[in-house]
Design a protein around this ligand. Sequence first.
Ligand SMILES: [Fe+2]
Length: 144
Amino acid sequence: MISRDNRFQKRQDDLEILDHEHSEIHRQYIQLDDAILHGFGSARILEAARALVHTMGLHFTHEQQFQETNSVPVLEKQRTAGSRLMAEIVAIEEGLKQGEVYAALRLRGLCKGWMQEHMYVEMVELGFAALIYGSEPDRIQAQM
Ligand SMILES: [Fe+2]
């Protein structure tokens, strides 16, 4: 049986991982942006975009696991927005596999908007939700 302290520490560790992934996404976005704006050529643009789309896909998977593990309440509209975003990521990844530079441009726009809306809000929301509800999954179920 996992103690309350261990669950709390695991949540903190998971939140740090998500935060680290945010930093990595931001760093890779800058690399993609540089490759596009400085005309480094399609090979470098595609390479930067493939790295970024991979990290974003991984991050969304980790977020979902965090929400499930910690019984974080998710609104239906958040779930729908998340599914739409993931579908866009999959389509972009497919375009990148085909060598389409346009997919890298789509990713740049998508990532820029996502970073502006998502990162800070998510850390606050997930952190509070995990602290408040993490150890009381029955309470969450009752509220949904
Ligand atoms: Fe995130």
